[in-house]
Design a protein around this ligand. Structure first.
Ligand code: ADP
Ligand code: MG
Length: 424
């Protein structure tokens, strides 16, 4: 029988205290929250619980305090900001466990929420310590996890606590992440095209190896392209590359050739003497980059070729900017690819903090089916890893209409179209 994860929607929260694990790992500046995207993202789940008479006991980590109290990583400013967004009473606890915190949690009234202090002030959190997990569980009657970004970590507030509270459930954000990423992982409609860019190949080796078995084409850009180009013997000038990954890159190219998956590498680049702003830049005539030049973005021929490859796609996954998008004009390649994905009639998912930042800067967020906030967790999920924080949630029979069975795999397109780079 098909199962799904229990959702916060399925819980009877009326009059109950609900431990809600959120991701409030936000940047702070001058005593306030400088980017509140993650706080806003938690609102639907918190409002649902409050509207149904539940009393949220909200927990998160912030930064890397390494098991010690660090006042500059207090969640207090985040609690204040949450209160202003919710328009309801939000109390701040002095710690995340202990008698005083216990008293505050028990004293919560309808319409009130309690924000616990930074979980990572205690080393037991990251150790998934059972005694600590019990103390967290003692603060509430029910458990909801809405922090997809830490679902790949077996920590006390993510895994340990679920052994001590009944029917651990997914929050609305977690639900949406699981639904969208499962669709990509388990039954993607073909053609499925992946676009991979960003800084490093090393972060994404497992993902690439997994995608090779699923996708029709992988379009590569960003700094990681240079490692692949070097592996293929193309000169890359002074561009960044990871020399200790060249063998792996070569193996990936060989495997792609064997399975008939197209791996497209840039046909041209925007290059300059250095990445500093204001440098004179030029477009290379072909894939090679001259000595003394650094590749900083995909060039116009590549943008066109990638847009052509994306046009027929029915499923797209994108992770990693195609160039040094923080420094214009090296954001043009990322913009062109974002537009091409937006124009395709595809189920489109973007993962990765910098990729989402780039899309937001371009104002293109509404054109994508799903923005995955998970970073590392999204990549692990798509690499086929079962995340401990998701495994820990209760399973229920799925009575909803089963998703359409996957179509038989479309014939893999062979390399050969114009403007493509062979994986040889
Ligand atoms: P994400 O956060 O979306 O997973 P990554 O962290 O892997 O993405 O990579 C993003 C970073 O890669 C950005 O800071 C971007 O400037 C950088 N980058 C992409 N292409 C290049 C390039 N050609 N040269 C230098 N940096 C690049
Ligand atoms: Mg990043």
């Amino acid at each position: 029988m098909k199962t799904r994860k229990l959702s916060v929607r399925d819980l009877d929260v009326d009059g109950r205290r609900v431990f809600v694990r959120v991701d409030f790992n936000v940047p702070l500046k001058d005593g306030g929250v400088s980017d509140d995207t993650r706080v806003r993202a938690s609102l639907p789940t918190l409002k649902l619980i409050l509207d149904r008479g539940g009393r949220p006991v909200i927990a998160s980590h912030l930064g890397r305090p390494k098991g010690r109290r660090a006042p500059e990583m207090s969640l207090s400013p985040v609690a204040a900001h949450l209160a202003s967004l919710l328009g309801t009473k939000v109390l701040m606890a002095p710690d995340c466990i202990g008698d005083e915190v216990d008293g505050r949690a028990r004293g919560l009234q309808a319409g009130e929420s309690l924000v616990l202090e930074n979980l990572r002030f205690h080393p037991e959190e990251e150790k998934n310590d059972d005694a600590f997990s019990r103390k967290l569980a003692a603060l509430a009657d029910l458990y909801v996890n809405d922090a997809f970004g830490t679902a790949h970590r077996a920590h006390a507030s993510v895994v340990g606590i679920t052994r001590h509270l009944p029917r651990p459930a997914a929050g609305l954000l977690m639900d949406a992440e699981i639904a969208s990423l499962s669709r990509l992982r388990d039954h993607p409609e073909k053609p499925y095209v992946a676009v991979l860019g960003g800084a490093k190949v090393s972060d994404k080796i497992d993902l690439i190896l997994h995608l090779i078995d699923q996708v029709d084409a992988i379009l590569i850009g960003g700094a990681m392209a240079y490692t692949f180009m070097k592996a293929g013997g193309v000169p890359i000038g002074a561009s960044r590359s990871e020399d200790d990954r060249i063998d792996q890159a070569r193996a990936i190219l060989a495997r792609a050739t064997g399975t008939g998956v197209r791996i497209q590498l840039p046909l041209d680049h925007v290059a300059a003497r250095s990445p500093d702003p204001g440098q004179v830049w030029e477009t290379t005539p072909g894939p090679a980059i001259e000595d003394g030049r650094v590749g900083l973005d995909i060039g116009p021929k590549t943008r066109e070729a990638y847009a052509r490859a994306l046009a027929p796609a029915r499923t797209v996954f994108w992770n990693g900017p195609l160039g040094l998008f923080e420094v214009p004009p090296y954001d043009e390649g990322t913009r062109a690819v974002a537009r091409a994905i937006a124009a395709a009639k595809a189920f489109s998912v973007v993962g990765g903090g910098d990729s989402i930042a780039a899309i937001n800067r371009l104002g293109l967020a509404p054109s994508f089916s799903h923005l995955s906030t998970g970073g590392g967790a999204s990549l692990e999920f798509l690499s086929g890893v079962d995340l401990p924080g998701i495994i820990a949630l209760a399973d229920v029979p799925d009575q909803a209409k089963a998703p359409r069975p996957p179509k038989p795999p479309a014939a893999r397109r062979r390399p050969g179209a114009r403007g493509e780079h062979r994986t040889r």
